[in-house]
Design a protein around this ligand. Structure first.
Ligand code: NOJ
Ligand code: CA
Length: 705
């Protein structure tokens, strides 16, 4: 445990007010550095409201708070303040793995106890926490006679903006986050035009709303990002966009099976509504607001999970050279069964070949997809319940032997559970499936939820699924299993409480480059993702494609970056698991593969060296338990020349730097594979001019001498 932990808490005031509250209707709380101030008040009609200033200037105009219900009157007007509590916390906590070891949790909080002025005198608390990097607030419903089970039709939380910010957004889809980011003024957001999307199995975009994190950049240089923390037993919050009044308003994900969006019972707390605030783009990435607003680790020691790089039987299927299914449609073991087609990817022999490769190249994990029966009927079928089980391998895959061989070579298997969104089948089998993993010493699983959710009428991001993903996390903790969810619910910092939540998808990953009919992810994709999706938490993006044109497999598709951009992603993208995603034949004997071999996956500290949302970003990270550093930088479709400073290194220490950079004539489209490797000696006083090609990047390993 963290011995350096220092807790400094003092209660500044706990005031129990008499019934007359007018003079106390305005309460405020500021960040420890005094720059951010949140002011709470009851408006003229007695409705709770707040506003936010940064450096004395209004950032969020007076914005109201409340709820509407199916089974009782709305929470809106006629409230009075009963109690006010203020608190300051200044402590450190330690990430068991992640982008840094020590996290500073330093904030001032304000808790307002409210009561209705009319019958039935319901009670509601509002809790605000203000940090130097932003703020969060949540609603707390104490146990009370007047409020028991609540059927929430809508949460009415407003974020009333003062200007028409440049906004980086994806549509408020109830089913999937795998959309391209759009960059428009807030007043020009039109999410519903992305309703039909060729490459997605399902989308549901009922409103002109955006999903979070949504990042806004002001003409004055202020950077804001709206999101939520600790999404538990509730529905995902999308944000309705009022393009005229420049207001964002909560719009919860619902269900076709009932009118309400959330059902809960007092005592109850909502997720935190969060606003990250920074004067520069890099501050958003360095912010710990989202994890800080979650509760401390509840599952104890997770040293059984080791951050790792991994290879997989995976890209083969996305390129179409191999299949997930075995190809037999009847009893595959019987003489009458159809003969398999022979292109099945996950065979014992192929898995062993990849284990040999991983063991020789400092890669700790192997993902095997398509190992279990069911893939013949997994997609496009209405009735998908009962199709998959998570214990029966295909006849050409000897699970136990692969595990044994991996152990011998020091490579751990990563389990794969594609549920095809048939949630009840998965829930029923969770214990059995995880028990098998525990018995084999497999400590991580990639889950998947492709397709329309079963039971019918539910959406990926509604309360039903939030609870499903949570149950998988909790069951995982019981069996020492870490979860990497694809088609997940968005990350909201729960990895602090459940550090077996290691990574997730929840964005357009690398796979889109292999099969999207819209040209794949554009070069600006990751320079936007770093300042949007990545603020939520670790990403399983699966970087490292070297055969960027995807020839000869996918003639019409390509990866729209240079090779050095791919290398840089191992540092830029935050994740304790990083795939070397390409087919191993493209790595064998390739000089640039040395960077993937060397790069760390677990970090002592992280520094954002520079960057602008949607344009470029350079990040330096120090390997945990080591003096080595790694630096990665990526740019959008524009070439960029930067002067890199190394003043993040300790003074007086010298490093051997290996620089992987775009060749002069490199270009994401015309010449993506052109790169150069240079060896340099670097210290904290060094500076290095570096040019990133259009769609390019660079990567540096700094090995302490
Ligand atoms: C979608 C996931 O994102 C992808 O990585 C996986 O290979 C397929 N589903 C099959 O589970
Ligand atoms: Ca996916």
């Amino acid at each position: 445990m963290n011995k350096a932990k220092s807790v400094w808490v003092f209660v500044m005031a706990l005031i129990t007010l008499s019934s007359c509250t007018t003079q106390n209707n305005e309460q405020q709380v500021s960040s420890p550095d005094g720059k951010i101030t949140l002011q709470f008040n009851l408006d003229a009609k007695g409705q709770p409201a707040y506003n936010v200033t940064f450096d004395g200037k209004l950032v969020i105009k007076p914005s109201t708070l409340g709820f509407s219900f199916e089974n009782q009157p709305a929470i809106a007007e006629n409230w009075s303040i009963k109690t006010i509590e203020q608190l300051s916390i200044n402590e450190n906590w330690e990430m068991p793995w992640g982008e840094k070891r020590q996290v500073l949790n330093h904030y001032n909080s304000l808790k307002i106890g409210l009561e209705e002025t009319n019958k039935p005198y319901r009670k509601l608390n509002l809790i605000f926490k203000v940090y130097n990097d932003g703020l969060g607030f949540r609603y707390e419903f104490p146990e009370q006679e007047a409020l028991d089970t609540m059927y929430i039709m809508e949460e009415n939380t407003e974020f009333n903006l003062t200007a028409d910010y440049k906004t980086f957004w994806i549509p408020g889809d109830w089913d999937i986050y795998e959309h391209l980011y759009r960059t428009t003024p807030l007043s020009k957001i039109n999410a519903v035009q992305y309703r039909s999307h060729n490459d997605l199995a399902q989308t549901h975009i009922p409103n002109n709303a955006v999903n979070t994190p949504v990042t806004l950049v002001g003409a004055n240089g202020l950077h804001l990002s709206f999101h939520e923390a600790n999404l538990t037993n509730y529905a995902d919050m999308t944000l309705l966009v009022d393009t005229v009044n420049l207001t964002l308003k909560s719009c919860l994900v619902g269900s076709e099976n009932h009118n309400y969006k959330v059902v809960c019972k007092t005592p109850f707390v909502t997720p935190w509504r969060t606003i990250q605030i920074s004067e520069n783009a890099g501050g958003l990435i360095e912010s710990d607001l989202i994890v800080n607003l979650n509760e401390p680790n509840k599952i104890g020691d997770v040293s059984w999970f080791k951050p790792m790089k991994y290879v997989g039987i995976w890209w083969d299927m996305h390129l179409g050279t191999k299949t997930w299914d075995y190809g037999a449609t009847q009893d595959m073991n019987s003489a009458s069964g159809k003969k398999p087609h022979g292109r099945h990817g996950s065979t014992t022999a192929y898995a062993k070949k990849l284990i040999d490769f991983a063991a020789a190249h400092n890669i700790g994990g192997l993902l095997v997809e398509g190992w279990n029966t069911g893939w013949e009927n997994w997609i496009g079928f209405e009735d998908r319940e009962g199709v998959f089980d998570f214990v029966t391998p295909y006849p050409d895959y000897d699970l136990k032997e692969v595990v044994r061989y991996g152990k011998e070579k020091g490579v751990e298997l990563i389990m794969h559970h594609e549920t095809s969104a048939a949630t009840q089948t998965y829930t029923n089998q969770l214990d059995t499936a995880f028990r098998l993993m525990e018995s084999l010493g497999i400590h991580s699983v990639k889950t998947g939820y492709v397709g329309k959710i079963l039971p019918k009428g539910e959406y990926h991001h509604g309360q039903y699924m939030v609870n499903h993903y949570h149950q998988v996390l909790e069951t995982g903790a019981k069996y020492k299993v870490a979860i990497n969810a694809h088609e997940p619910i968005k990350a909201t910092g729960k990895r602090r409480t459940y550090p077996n939540a290691i990574a997730r998808e929840g964005l357009r990953g690398q796979e889109f480059n292999a099969w999207a009919s819209d040209g794949g992810n554009p070069p600006e994709h990751l320079p936007i993702v770093a300042f949007t999706r990545m603020l939520a938490g670790p990403i399983d993006f699966t970087p490292g494609i070297f055969n960027l044109k995807l020839d000869p497999y996918k003639k019409d598709n390509q990866v729209n970056t240079t090779l050095c951009h791919q290398l840089a992603l191992y540092v830029v993208i935050n994740s304790p698991i990083q795939m070397a995603a390409d087919l191993i034949e493209y790595y064998q004997g390739h000089p640039a593969f040395k960077f993937i071999e060397d790069v760390a996956v677990n970090w002592e500290q992280t520094r954002v060296l520079n960057g602008e949302v949607g344009d470029f970003v350079c990040i330096a990270r120090q390997e945990r338990n080591s003096e080595n550093w790694f630096v990665g930088g990526i740019t959008d479709e524009n070439e960029r020349s930067l002067e890199l400073k190394f003043d993040f290194l300790p003074e007086g220490k010298t490093y051997t730097a290996t620089l992987y950079k775009d060749a002069e004539d490199a270009h994401w489209d015309t010449n993506p594979q052109a790169y150069k490797i240079e060896t340099l000696t670097i210290d904290s006083k060094s500076s290095l001019p570096i040019t990133l090609a259009p769609g390019g990047g660079f990567a540096i390993s700094l090995i302490a001498l």
